[in-house]
Design a protein around this ligand. Structure first.
Ligand code: PEP
Ligand code: MN
Length: 371
């Protein structure tokens, strides 16, 4: 680690920063005669960087080699693989999460869930508590929606991801979902991050719409530091200046995150684009940049959706996207985890022969997670 010090420090300021270094167990060495760069060798604990950043004499902390933070990919370190049911993210595995923006009623949820499962999704999404930009928009059915999601899980076998907005709801949400979603508007909610960090349930952490990559990683650091290692990062688009799309999918951030953290990274082209006609192209860009999966808003009647209808894919559009993703992943030597192939091929090849082929395929998947 290097500390770039502020210009014209007094002797007592210099003494104070050197003392902090030593108190934390580092041996500090000035580089060059200007004495503005301090090289530190020492324990490299994740919490030390912010102690230096908070010191008045320090203008910048520069990581020289591997960062010591919990999110950082150690040199030649392996991916962390997060599993939820048959879905797996990281380590060469990709998975699709799909479902409505908000849970609206049980019939609709079951229709969407069955369809996305048959198309290749291995996790069902659905908002119960919705953090809408306007307080007058539909804010979700709350606990009833959680009950509908639990029923959809038992009828379809799909695990559930749903957003938790408030630390006080973590317990009730945890009882009914398989993965927490922390939304863009809550990425930096320290109390919420701490609370989900105290559980062992996977956390799908969305990037704040105006958050830097560093802030995003530090939000993930909260969850890891609280003891929960199961974090999936989700790039969902950042604010741009053009209203043609709702946000801008930061594909550079996906590639950066894949290189610099061991955590799985997925893309959300629905919120990035805000329009169904662009979701597929942006989704494929996310996968091409290295994303370990996608979260996609899907609806059986997008024109009737109570939330985010304009960006919802119709059921068949999602089926097509899943096929495109399979092809892209194959080009990269990767595969969808727990996938039994395109629904159209499965339906057309009924009988024991097709069952045994599917069985053989999943054995191969189990045996070759690095593919
Ligand atoms: C959502 O997933 O429906 C949602 C509100 O996403 P975001 O937090 O990314 O806006
Ligand atoms: Mn939405």
């Amino acid at each position: 680690m290097l500390l770039r010090l502020r210009a014209s420090l007094s002797d007592s300021e210099r003494h104070s920063i050197l003392k902090l270094c030593k108190d934390l167990g580092y041996s500090p060495k000035f580089l060059g005669r200007a004495e503005s760069l301090l090289e530190l060798e020492g324990p490299g604990r994740p919490e030390d960087r912010s102690k230096f950043e908070d010191h008045t004499c320090v203008a910048q902390v520069i990581e020289t080699s591997d960062s010591c933070e919990l999110t950082a990919r150690p040199k030649n370190g392996e991916d962390t693989v997060v599993s939820v049911g048959s879905a797996r993210f990281g380590g060469g595995w990709a998975s699709l999460i799909a479902g409505p923006c908000a849970v609206e009623n049980i019939e609709r949820l079951l229709t969407i869930a069955g369809s996305v499962r048959d198309s290749g999704a291995t996790i069902l999404r659905g908002g119960a508590y919705k953090p809408r930009t306007s307080p007058y928009s539909f804010r979700g059915l709350g606990k009833d929606a959680l009950d509908y999601l639990a029923r959809a899980r038992s009828e379809t076998g799909l695990p559930i991801v749903s957003e938790v907005l408030d630390p006080r709801d973590v317990e009730v949400v945890a009882e009914r979902v398989d993965m927490f979603q922390i939304g863009s508007r809550n990425m930096a909610n320290a109390a919420l991050l701490d609370e989900v960090g105290r559980t062992s349930k996977p956390v799908l952490l969305k990037r704040g719409m105006a958050a830097t990559v560093r802030e995003f990683l530090l939000a993930a650091e909260y969850v890891l530091a609280a003891g929960n290692p199961n974090v999936i990062l989700c790039e969902r688009g950042v604010r741009g200046f053009d209203s043609v799309t709702r946000n801008l999918l930061d594909v550079g951030a996906i590639a950066y995150l894949k290189a610099h953290t061991h955590l799985p990274v997925i893309a959300d082209p629905s919120h990035a684009s805000g329009r169904a006609d662009l979701v597929s192209a942006i989704a494929r860009a996310g996968i091409a940049a290295g994303a370990d999966g996608l979260i996609i808003e899907v609806h059986n009647a997008p024109e009737e959706a109570r939330s985010d209808g304009p960006q919802a894919l119709a059921l068949q559009e999602f089926e097509q996207l899943a096929e495109d993703v399979r092809a892209l992943l194959a080009m990269d030597g990767r595969r969808l985890a727990g996938d039994s192939g395109p629904a159209s091929q499965r339906n057309g090849a009924a009988g024991s022969d097709s069952a045994s082929r599917d069985g053989a395929r999943s054995d191969t998947l189990e045996a070759t997670p690095g593919l």
